[in-house]
Design a protein around this ligand. Structure first.
Ligand SMILES: Cc1cc2nc3c(=O)[nH]c(=O)nc-3n(C[C@H](O)[C@H](O)[C@H](O)COP(=O)(O)OP(=O)(O)OC[C@H]3O[C@@H](n4cnc5c(N)ncnc54)[C@H](O)[C@@H]3O)c2cc1C
Length: 501
């Protein structure tokens, strides 16, 4: 069973009794809801490509636990090559679906919990890592989709979890029992939560002594008692209900189908608890997760941008502008920005280093640089796409106009451009560009894996500015030249008191 087929994934979801609210209504089964189905279809591709011999090397890996071939989305990174292959997998999936395929948060959360449960055990003699390894065996065997749930609602942003007027603004333990814990709170922006088998709950921030109740890491089945999902809206989502050709990406979602997941006093048995009160390890947990996750964006957004660049290049052909040198140069700029972030993601993976548990972490400053660039390059790539596609992106008529007995002749005539292309092609490609440059997509690039400031803080911390000052001093004031070289003579500058002027 280690590699589910797409149909097995859908059937396994159908068997869960997920309590989900979409558009203000509780749904009977998420699989049958037309606003959720495109997101399920996107995830199904991750299962499908793992069975394709052409992609087996990037889509699958050998489990270090069982020795079996498993999905790369359930794998613990064993070496830098695993990290590189992950980025390659993300680019492939981005190219195939043109959107977010949702399983990355769960993968990085799995790796973070694996690494930190080991470190807690080493420091405290607990048995979290053993529990987690058993859970991981189950996830790998069943090829489960995991939602990673870190981001708390957070309430007043200037206050810590223990200072909030409402303690539920951060997921916390409300009852310790001999056989487990009861948790309360919510996690927001949860990618793929509504169509996942399991939710892996991790703290979303560093914590201090006195905040032990918030230091909880655990795995909860998506249909556990007390768990409920409230599905978010996305740009243009209700267009999917029209069943029209005029909606751009008809088969897949726009970003990951995010939801709020509420834990309304959920009991979690001990075997699914991987941290319970160890506040001093929360910072490391958040940091490990975020670092892996920030590198990802050079892969997934790289694949998405490949499709957007393709759509934009096609639009220039439809408009008849494709041979113009300035138009070509703008496409080059899109490619340049996209390959820059991909190169950093590959670089941070290739320079990965080993953690105490034996798994591999990406190079942190490069990973944070990837995500920082994503917060700009995705916008810039979208801006150029808007520029090249023209104002009709914001004003084009809908499908009904092309079927209307009176106006069809006019919209066909006046929205047509290069006669080699049917006018509806211009609309379809335009709608795709509209979707993939919408607020939803851009905001994911901005805030997913942490808002820009989060990366800048890490970058400053890791950049070793003092070391760089020393490097500058050595180059400017250094005297380590090869003896006997005819270097030009250099005068000393005047002294600061001007006495030698
Ligand atoms: C599409 C999408 C998918 C996501 N998927 C997941 C997921 O699957 N799982 C998950 O756990 N999370 C997910 N996230 C959450 C993501 O990690 C967060 O959006 C990100 O960490 C920022 O948190 P926030 O949205 O609550 O921003 P806010 O906290 O509301 O921040 C808004 C702004 O305020 C600033 N700010 C916040 N606090 C302070 C302060 N004290 N002082 C000064 N400035 C401050 C921030 O830097 C930012 O500029 C997703 C987000 C998006 C948009």
């Amino acid at each position: 069973m280690a590699l589910k087929t797409p149909l097995e994934y859908v059937d396994s979801l159908r068997r869960l009794k997920i309590r989900a609210y979409v558009g203000g209504e509780m749904v009977d089964n998420v699989v049958d809801h037309p606003l959720v189905a495109p997101h399920i279809n996107t995830v199904a591709k991750t299962y499908e490509l793992a069975h394709d011999p052409e992609h087996r090397d990037v889509m699958t890996a050998i489990s270090h636990l069982s020795g079996e071939r498993i999905h790369r989305y359930t794998h613990i990174f064993q070496n830098p090559d695993d990290l590189v292959k992950k980025i390659q997998m993300l680019r492939l999936l981005g190219q195939t679906t043109g959107t977010c395929f949702q399983r990355c948060v769960g993968l990085d959360a799995l790796n973070a919990a694996y690494a930190v449960s080991y470190e807690i055990d080493q420091a405290k003699g607990t048995d979290y890592h053993q529990r987690f390894t058993k859970y991981l065996e189950y996830v790998q065997r069943e090829d489960l989709m995991l939602a990673g749930a870190m981001t708390d609602p957070k309430g007043h942003r200037a206050k810590k979890p223990s200072q909030q007027a409402d303690p539920d603004q951060f997921v916390h333990v409300v009852e310790q029992r001999p056989d487990g814990v009861v948790i309360r709170g919510a996690k927001v922006h949860n990618t793929g939560g509504i169509n996942s088998h399991e939710v892996l709950v991790l703290p979303g921030t560093g914590l201090a002594p006195g905040e032990e109740e918030f230091a909880i890491a655990c795995a909860v089945p998506a249909d556990a008692e007390g768990v409920l999902f409230v599905f978010g809206r996305q740009s243009n989502d209700s267009r999917k209900l029209e069943g029209s050709w005029d909606i751009g990406n008809t088969r897949f979602g726009v970003v990951g189908g995010e939801a709020m997941v509420v834990f309304d006093d959920v009991f979690v048995p001990n075997e699914r608890v991987f941290m319970n009160g160890e506040v001093e390890h929360c910072g490391t947990l958040v940091n490990y997760f975020a670092t892996w996750h920030r590198a990802n964006y050079g892969g997934c957004k790289g694949g998405n941008a490949d499709v957007l660049i393709g759509a934009t290049a096609k639009m220039t052909r439809i408009l008849g502008t494709d041979r113009n040198a300035i138009v070509k140069d703008k496409l080059i700029e899109m490619i340049h920005r996209n390959e820059t972030t991909y190169a950093s993601a590959i670089g941070s993976s290739a320079l990965g280093y080993q953690l105490p548990c034996g798994s591999y972490m990406v190079d942190p400053i490069l990973a944070n640089t990837v995500k920082q660039n994503i917060t700009r390059n995705v916008y810039e790539i979208g801006r150029i796409s808007h520029d090249l596609a023209g104002g009709f992106l914001a004003t084009m008529p809908d499908a009904a106009s092309f079927e209307h007995p009176e106006v069809a002749q006019w919209v066909r005539k006046y929205y047509g451009a290069n006669p080699e292309y049917d006018v509806t092609e211009r609309i379809r490609v335009g709608r795709y560009i509209e979707n993939m440059t919408s607020v939803t997509t851009m905001v994911e690039a901005m805030h997913g894996a942490g808002s820009p400031q989060a990366q800048r803080i890490v970058m400053l911390g890791l950049a070793d500015l003092e070391g760089k000052v020393k490097l500058a001093d050595e180059v400017i004031y250094g005297t380590d030249d090869v003896p006997g070289l005819a270097l030009p003579p250099v005068n000393e500058p005047p002294s600061s008191d001007g006495s030698d002027l």
